[in-house]
Ligand binder design. Structure first.
Ligand code: SF4
Length: 246
């Protein structure tokens, strides 16, 4: 996300509190390997989820978010084959929603792949009144058990608008803080990882601590730097997304 800010605003200083605060989706899709994958599908229109590196964005025709992915895919001419990267779980959900054939890059988010189906089924039995809301980065067996699927902002909106008073939440548990803050009268239940571990907490996001934010603001570093050629190439598919978003 920090790279996306720099792609869009090259004249501004973009700081990142911890340079290791990456993302498995970005790490699992190295630009050189992705270039080989693309070369095997030269006639495909390349749609990349925003959680990828600037170098992968630079090789894409269109960027999407989990909020707008289905809408954007639906706007691509039906005759055009589509390559979707880097999250295969989001890709499978988009394929189901849009009815389009997609070829996936085989990446996934470690956090969303950690949720346990067994734990979810137990929670559903314990809280039959609760609505299950899930992020589309989850695996399809969990999405099939969910009542509502959407991006983080859509999950928050759903919790607000739904008549349900309790929710089982299948996404990175950091959002629960926002949900409880906004809707203190409602109940939000986190789904544990396999074997009850807490691996469903993103280890990357948690690297950005308050202390590191203060440090980077005081020292004005680390800063995001991008090669201009990569930045200008990566800007095009982001601009295409902004044009096509309603
Ligand atoms: S939860 Fe962490 S690893 Fe998963 S997509 Fe978000 S930043 Fe990446």
């Amino acid at each position: 996300m920090a790279e996306t800010a720099k792609i869009l605003c090259p004249e501004k200083t973009v700081l990142i509190p911890d340079e290791d605060a990456g993302c498995t989706l970005a790490d699992d899709c190295p630009a050189d390997e992705f270039a080989k994958f693309r070369n095997k599908h030269p006639d495909h229109f390349v749609v990349s989820y925003i959680n990828c590196t600037a170098a992968v964005k630079a090789q894409s025709d269109l960027i999407c978010t989990s909020s707008n992915a289905v809408d954007l895919i639906n706007q691509i001419p039906k005759s055009m084959p589509i390559l979707f990267a880097p999250d295969k779980n989001l890709g499978k959900w988009v394929k189901k929603q849009s009815g389009r054939e997609l070829t996936f890059w085989p990446g996934s988010c470690i956090v969303h792949e950690t949720f346990s189906e067994e734990a979810l089924l137990k929670l559903k039995l314990q809280h039959p009144e609760a609505e299950v809301i899930a992020h589309p980065e989850c695996e399809s067996n969990l999405l099939d058990l969910s009542d509502f699927i959407g991006s983080t902002s859509k999950l928050l909106k759903r919790a607000e608008l739904s008549p349900a008073e309790s929710f089982i939440v299948l996404t990175e548990p950091g959002i629960l803080h926002q949900m409880v803050k906004k809707l203190p009268q409602k109940k939000f239940i986190d789904v544990p990882g396999i074997d009850g571990c807490s691996c469903n907490e993103c280890p990357y996001m948690r690297l950005n601590t308050l202390e590191k934010i203060v440090n980077c603001l005081e020292e004005m570093k680390p800063q995001i730097q991008l090669e201009e050629e990569i930045r200008t190439k990566a800007l095009k598919p982001i601009e295409a997304m902004l044009r096509m978003s309603k």
